[in-house]
Design a protein around this ligand. Structure first.
Ligand SMILES: Cc1cc2nc3c(=O)[nH]c(=O)nc-3n(C[C@H](O)[C@H](O)[C@H](O)COP(=O)(O)OP(=O)(O)OC[C@H]3O[C@@H](n4cnc5c(N)ncnc54)[C@H](O)[C@@H]3O)c2cc1C
Length: 627
């Protein structure tokens, strides 16, 4: 019987199994055994396991999360609709089967709440159970709570070695390994050694949920490098997690300390937290997308076969598309705030290049208020150009910027932010296709792709509003202080010194503890996963290293190379393995997440579909050969 091993049972592995289920009747036409392998709970996997702090929340709203395809998804396989998180919470989840805390949360959840990770864990487990309850005839799924530690070949057969000793002989393998731990980089190792030598504390990048935060003592000053989502998790665990409370205080919150918390001084390259999530719906409905950066524009770039500079040639299309989402919502949702009829605006907007004098003139005529015009540089770098003479002087400045950002993401007068966000999802997918063409110049691949990912994260992947209110309360209470942009650290025997470009000229901040609050960059070479490490050692997988024309390394992405069309694993010579596939953050195919907003033609689901179909075709071929 054809057999497939899916290694990793988080949202990606589960999504791949869903597509195997969907496509088997058409492509398999026979029995199929699937082994789904993960030491963490199947369906949820490590990131979404139940066993983590109940305080940690998703940064997606209940109605924005689905594991099921819908009519918007353009893929070859059949659409198998199913409940979004929000549908599940209303129609399928039974609070009486949950522990009291989770049952209370389920009863209170609304379309626009940001559920706890524990509740999402239940949804993901339910999705897998639903799949298993509706397998096509002849298909069986075997769950293994184990780690895959080796993968070998025996003729065409793939042999998966499990940690507890069993070997699985299969026809094809999918590596859905997700966010993998890695040993520290040389710079981080130097900080680890320095901290050990001088009795200091240094926490290298890792999953915050798995960090030993007890080393950060009450009352101690701690430098924090990084202000993204790992920073938000750190705040949750160090303050509410140590017994502090937030009480309503006017429009905001007031922090009531427990006495067990440290004092943080936080900075990063941009010096600001990610923009808050929007808390409203679109007034004008979904903008028609793609409009200025879709098939035609991608083909025009890619079919020529010439080297592409993302920043110079693609960003103007990306920016115009994002702005299109913004202005569609502004004109159709807030017509009282514009001066030009929609049809006239569309004609002018379509004809003008992004940032051209014609575009600037059109916007000057059509949109009188600055706040109603999209400000892409301002969104990317909200602290740009701000300086302050001292740490104390900077605090109210940063707080005011964060508070205004929060206001615009909560106040329905500013729904164009959501229009832009929706357009960014479309742009992410289109830009991914250009990147996958392999035509980017080495410089552009090494620099611009990371820049765009940073822009996307900062604007589209931010925390929910209640977390931003908590951050503001912690800042008001003096427990969190902002260091500004361009943070740099010096390690000295008596501690770490931090400076920033925002505070150029001000005295450095000194502390005996430093936390790098971010996930590790993907790295197959430094991976703590024995399976991936052994595959790399044997040359079975290869990291995508971007080199210049003269062979000098511009950037090692640390991700393993896979074929964009179907996730087939590539070797150093660029040959696709016929029976090994991979998808997720450890691979070169950029996907915005493993679950997604309903109705958005999710790139993730399309990729899962293409991958599952290729896997089924591979095992059908194997079955024919064996017959
Ligand atoms: C802390 C955090 C919070 C996030 N929050 C959100 C959010 O709110 N909204 C959103 O849209 N996205 C969020 N994301 C993005 C995230 O990428 C996806 O939500 C999702 O978890 C990715 O799914 P995955 O299955 O690819 O990876 P993972 O969730 O990492 O799952 C991979 C699984 O593979 C298993 N595995 C790895 N190697 C092996 C092996 N050798 N043998 C067996 N099993 C193995 C792991 O144990 C793990 O369970 C978040 C990410 C992180 C890290």
């Amino acid at each position: 019987m054809p057999t497939i091993a899916v290694i990793g049972a988080g949202p990606r592995g589960t999504g791949v199994v869903e597509r195997l289920v969907a496509n088997l009747p058409e492509l398999g036409a026979g029995p199929l055994d699937v082994h789904l392998i993960d030491p963490y709970p199947p369906g949820a996997g490590r990131i979404w396991r139940h066993a983590q702090s109940p305080l940690l929340a998703m940064n997606s709203m209940a109605s924005d999360v689905t594991m099921y395809t819908d009519d918007s998804v353009v893929c070859e396989g059949p659409i198998r609709p199913g409940p979004s998180f929000w549908d599940w919470a209303r129609e399928h989840a039974d609070p009486d089967t949950f522990e009291p805390e989770l049952a209370a949360e389920l009863r209170a959840v609304t379309a626009s709440t940001f559920p706890s990770r524990r509740l999402q864990s239940r949804y993901l487990e339910w999705v897998l159970a639903d799949l298993l309850a509706h397998l096509p005839d002849g298909m069986r799924v075997h769950l293994h709570r184990d780690r895959a530690i080796g993968l070998a070949q025996d003729g065409p057969a793939q042999v998966v070695q499990l940690g507890e000793g069993r070997r699985l002989r299969v026809d094809a393998v999918v590596l859905a390994s997700g966010h993998l731990d890695a040993s520290p980089t040389p710079d981080e190792l130097a900080l680890v050694a320095h901290a050990q030598r001088h009795g200091l504390v240094y926490l290298a990048p890792e999953q915050t949920t798995d960090s030993d935060l007890s080393v950060l003592a009450p009352g101690e000053t701690v430098l924090v490098r990084g202000m993204g989502l790992a920073f938000i998790d750190l705040l949750v665990l160090l303050y509410e997690g140590r017994g502090g409370r937030f009480e309503p205080d006017g429009d905001g919150l007031r922090y009531v300390p427990s006495g067990a918390e440290p004092y943080l001084v936080a900075g990063s390259p941009r010096g600001m937290p990610y923009h808050a999530k929007t808390h409203y719906g679109l007034r004008a409905g979904l903008p028609p997308l793609p409009r200025f950066f879709g098939d035609a524009e991608i083909s025009a770039l890619v079919d020529a076969g010439a080297p592409i500079d993302l920043h110079r040639q693609v960003w103007p299309l990306m920016a115009k598309e994002i702005a299109w989402g913004w202005y569609h919502e502004l004109f159709r949702g807030h017509p009282e705030r514009v001066r030009v009829p929609w049809d006239e605006f569309v004609d002018g907007f379509a004809a003008a290049g992004w940032d051209s004098p014609e575009m600037i003139d059109l916007l000057d005529r059509a949109v009188p208020e600055q706040v109603d015009r999209i400000d892409l540089p301002g969104l990317h770098d909200p602290l740009g150009g701000v300086t302050a003479p001292s740490l104390d002087a900077l605090q109210p400045v940063v707080r005011a910027l964060i508070a205004e950002d929060l206001r615009q993401h909560v106040d329905e007068a500013h729904t164009p932010h959501l229009g832009a966000f929706v357009a960014m999802l479309s742009v992410y997918s289109s830009a991914g296709r250009v990147v996958a063409s392999g035509l980017l110049t080495p410089r552009s691949a090494a620099q611009d792709v990371g820049w765009w990912q940073g822009f996307f994260n900062g604007v589209a992947s931010g925390p929910p509003g209640f977390r931003v209110r908590e951050l503001l309360a912690l800042s008001e209470a003096g427990y969190v202080r902002f260091l500004g942009a361009g943070m740099a650290i010096d390690a000295e025997p008596d501690g770490f010194r931090a400076v920033s470009t925002t505070l150029a000229g001000a005295p450095p901040v000194h502390a005996r503890a430093l936390v790098d609050a971010r996930l590790q960059e993907p790295s197959a070479a430094r991976s703590a996963d024995p399976l991936l490490a052994s595959l790399l050692r044997e040359g079975q997988v290869v990291e995508a290293v971007i080199t210049d024309a003269d062979g000098s390394v511009l950037r090692n992405t640390g991700q393993i190379r896979t074929r964009p069309a179907d996730g087939a694993v590539l070797d150093a010579a660029g040959r696709a393995h016929p029976r090994r596939f991979a998808a997720g953050p450890h691979t070169t195919v950029k996907l915005p997440g493993a679950f997604t907003r309903p109705g958005t033609n999710s790139l993730s689901f399309r990729h899962n579909d293409a991958l599952a179909r290729a896997v089924l075709q591979a095992v059908a071929g194997a079955a024919r050969a064996a017959a």
